[in-house]
Design a protein around this ligand. Structure first.
Ligand code: GLN
Length: 456
């Protein structure tokens, strides 16, 4: 009841596309009965959560914030949704995003932008939530939900976590099933977790991680539940943390830079060894991602033809016209642009020059990570270069320019598949959250989360 009431109260921040009131009441009643009998299913039993609207939810409309899927009602649950339900969570709503998760602001949704609670003045003067999982982030930051699921292909969980002042985890690629997550870039997509604290994040990860036969890229090694030691009992002695110098970007704000230094110093005085390292291919990550993204988008979006799925235009003078009109009316400009560019890159004459080359650069970026793990166990970087931009400034830029700035620090982790977490550190002088990112080698979540908890 409280969560549903808050969902109404905080409507102006636009966290949800759909509030699942009936389902929430049903799940909550069942949970209450279990609690009365002293038999909760798990530590998540009865917990209010939000799911980004690009995860399929059985009998609940799943729109991807696009006209194309405005009326799409899946017949099955995504694995993360299914597992959360089995743990007794209560779904409050499907949260807002950039259309098909393409963006980093949650400004390109047919349901309007999400708005950050931090620094909000009125509907003309507000900061972006970041994105594309901005609805999920603000559902947690406002206190409506205890946790939320986002997706992360280039930073979409960590970026809004950073701007909304909450914890955002992108797990190792394959640790959490992608089944039922509507794809953006299959080889980089991972479900992400948004919570107020690192401990909450661990509880949700423990509920959703582990092998799933419905996802061919799911890691088959059995998942061992993580139990974090209390922060006071932890020692950072002998832990080597790298500061990759290429993450120092000309657009990095002074406040974020200072925070990065302060935290590095604190970690050092707590016994960790802080070491400057080099990851020379970092700067190519954005361009490389943009090629791979658009190629995969061109292929993934071909299923929306107006016949089998989703929006169908009135135009029916020929099949070709029906396809074309449905797609041009159903997708926004960002999606259409990426499809066009992707198809250009995939033309036989361009394939070698763009797509194949981008795959090679991706391998070089991943190799930077492999090499750096010979020197250090974790990397500490900013999550975002600045605090949350004002909506009106942000939308002056094209989607491509937005992504280039927003994803600078988050994108490389997706190229390499490694886990990364955004941790809120403090408020800037203007009262906006500043966050930092920790990255670790594949499947190092237990250590990554423990150190995140220490920093938090
Ligand atoms: N900003 C990037 C994009 O638009 C990443 C989005 C994401 O991680 N889903 O593609």
């Amino acid at each position: 009841d409280i969560a549903l009431k808050r969902a109404q109260e905080y409507k102006k921040y636009n966290p949800f596309i759909t509030i699942t009131e009936n389902l929430a009441r049903k799940q909550s009643n069942l949970s209450q009965e279990r609690h009365e009998k002293d038999k909760p299913i798990s530590e998540l039993d009865g917990i209010p959560i939000a799911i980004k609207d690009n995860f399929c939810t059985k009998e609940v409309v799943t729109t991807c914030a696009s006209k194309m899927l405005e009326n799409f009602i899946p017949t099955y649950n995504a694995t993360v949704v299914e597992r959360l339900e089995q743990n007794g969570t209560v779904l409050i709503g499907k949260s807002n995003l950039d259309q098909f998760a393409m963006g980093s602001g949650t400004v390109d949704s047919i349901f309007g932008p999400s708005k950050n609670i931090w620094g909000y003045q009125d509907d003309d003067n507000f900061h972006i939530t970041g994105g594309s999982s901005g609805g999920s982030s603000i559902a947690v930051a406002t206190g409506i939900c205890y946790g939320a699921i986002g997706s992360d292909t280039g930073g979409s969980t960590r970026n809004p976590a950073s701007y909304c002042g909450i914890v955002g985890l992108k797990p190792t690629y394959g640790l959490v099933s992608r089944y039922g997550l509507i794809p953006l870039v299959n080889s980089m997509d991972v479900p992400g977790i948004l919570t107020r604290t690192v401990d909450d994040c661990v509880s949700i990860l423990n509920g959703i991680a582990g092998y799933d036969q419905n996802d061919s890229t799911s890691i088959s090694k059995p998942y061992k539940k993580i139990r974090l030691p209390p922060a006071q009992k932890m020692t950072l002695k002998d832990l080597k943390i790298g500061i990759p110098k290429e993450y120092y970007n000309e657009h990095l704000s002074q406040a974020v830079y200072d925070t990065w230094n302060e935290v590095a110093n604190i970690l050092q005085s707590s016994g960790a060894v802080i070491k400057e390292v080099s990851m020379p291919n970092t700067e190519h990550s954005i361009v490389c991602y943009s090629i791979l993204n658009q190629c995969e988008v061109a292929s993934n979006m071909s299923r929306y033809d107006g016949v089998e799925y989703g929006y169908r235009a009135e135009e029916n003078s020929s099949t070709d016209k029906l396809y074309a009109t449905s797609r041009s009316e159903g997708f926004n400009e960002v999606v259409r642009n990426r499809i066009l560019t992707g198809n250009f890159f995939l033309l036989t004459r361009n394939y070698e020059k763009y797509f194949n080359k981008a795959l090679k650069v991706r391998r070089m970026i991943a190799d930077d990570f492999h090499k750096v793990w010979e020197e250090v166990q974790l990397l500490l970087t900013p999550t975002t270069l600045t605090t949350a931009p004002l909506y009106k400034d942000f939308v002056q830029k094209t989607n491509r320019d937005q992504c280039a700035l927003q994803d600078y620090c988050t994108q490389p982790a997706n190229m390499a598949g490694v886990p990364a977490i955004s941790i809120p550190i403090k408020l800037s002088p203007e009262g906006l959250p500043i966050s930092l990112q920790l990255m670790g080698r594949n499947l190092s979540e237990p250590m990554l989360l423990a150190v995140a908890k220490y920093i938090e």
